[in-house]
Design a protein around this ligand. Structure first.
Ligand SMILES: Nc1ncnc2c1ncn2[C@@H]1O[C@H](COP(=O)(O)OP(=O)(O)OP(=O)(O)O)[C@@H](O)[C@H]1O
Length: 308
């Protein structure tokens, strides 16, 4: 469906992308997982023709993007990270505006707009102004606007940023339904849980490079880490945490009230870890051994946390 070869892009002295190559199959839900500033928005902007790369080639259904711009653009829908809606217009009026921009008119636009409002669970609010909508509802209308012209591939740039868990779940359900209908999607996120839940294949991006790619199972199989030890503690003792960080350099994620240690053999590492916690005067509430997550894979590959 989409092939991108060796995309590179700099903003003056900032190297935003280096040699990014992607091969997205029809019907695939591909996740780009990376921290803030990794290059996700730049990739989407280039793939959707909003931005020109310094280098690289892009093909949609084997046709070069730049040589077939208007034809390719019809295939593409973009859900931008920033909400692109007029606050003083109703949801219907916003969709009418975007539909007209895509060249859809009259009854066809009305029908499509109603169908999407129904699909996104907002039919009963269609005549309300966007400024009365919650953040999650605005995000859903943002998605509807990208679907008006029946695109074959949709780019979703962090579509759940800044919304509550319930609204996030509604958006996941919409994406899963679109996926089951065969829509090809590229979904960017810095939440590993989203990539794990939604995506057929995940590209891990950091500092403008895809540093690993595969299904969740493939990424796990290629990692030397096998498990994670989760420790919950009740006293965030700074010195104690520093001692542990020194001992487990590059293996340990420290969060507010818990630690995650990436481990190749959790059962044999546990006694030493518990002893060190005791020496470091960390009061443990709970210990859990869990299967490997993308967070640990990211730590293994980059030496840093996805959430930094
Ligand atoms: N218009 C711009 N001018 C200068 N630098 C930019 C511009 N847009 C992005 N950058 C830089 O390029 C790099 C990649 O940014 P990009 O927005 O693509 O990352 P991202 O993964 O989408 O991050 P975020 O989740 O924060 O949007 C960053 O270092 C960013 O500061």
């Amino acid at each position: 469906m989409l092939v991108a070869k060796n995309l590179s892009k700099s903003y003056k002295e900032v190297k935003a992308l280096t040699d990014v190559t992607l091969n997205i199959q029809k019907g695939e839900l591909y996740g780009m997982l990376g921290p803030n500033g990794a290059g996700k928005t730049t990739t989407i902007s280039i793939l959707s023709s909003l931005l020109k790369p310094d280098d690289g080639k892009i093909f949609y259904e084997e046709k070069s993007l730049y040589q077939n711009l208007s034809e390719c653009k019809k295939l593409i829908g973009v859900v931008p990270q920033e909400i692109a809606l007029y606050e003083d217009l109703t949801a219907s009026e916003n969709l009418k505006f975007w539909g007209t921009m895509y060249g859809i008119k009259g009854q066809q636009l009305q029908n499509k707009s109603d169908e999407l409002l129904e699909f996104l669970g907002l039919a009963d609010r269609k005549n309300h102004k966007i400024k009365t909508y919650s953040g999650g509802m605005k995000r859903r209308i943002n998605i509807a606007a990208a679907l008006l012209h029946d695109p074959k591939i949709v780019f979703m740039d962090e579509p759940t940023v800044g919304i509550d868990p319930q609204s996030r779940n509604l958006i996941f359900e919409v994406i899963e339904e679109l996926h089951s209908r065969g829509l090809t999607m590229i979904y960017t996120t810095h939440y590993m849980e989203e990539a794990e839940r939604l995506c057929d294949r995940i590209g891990i991006i950091d500092e403008g490079r895809i540093i690993a790619e595969g299904s969740l199972d493939e990424l796990k199989a290629n990692s030397s880490i096998k498990e994670e030890i989760h420790l919950e503690y009740s006293n965030p003792n700074k010195n104690g945490l520093e001692q542990l960080t020194d001992r487990y350099n590059g293996q340990l994620l420290v969060n507010d009230d818990h630690l995650i240690l990436s481990s190749s053999q959790a059962n044999s590492e546990l006694p030493e870890l518990i002893q060190l916690c005791s020496q470091s005067e960390l009061l443990l509430d709970k210990i859990d051994i869990r299967s490997l997550s993308l967070e640990s894979i990211f730590l293994e590959l980059t030496g840093k946390s996805l959430r930094d």
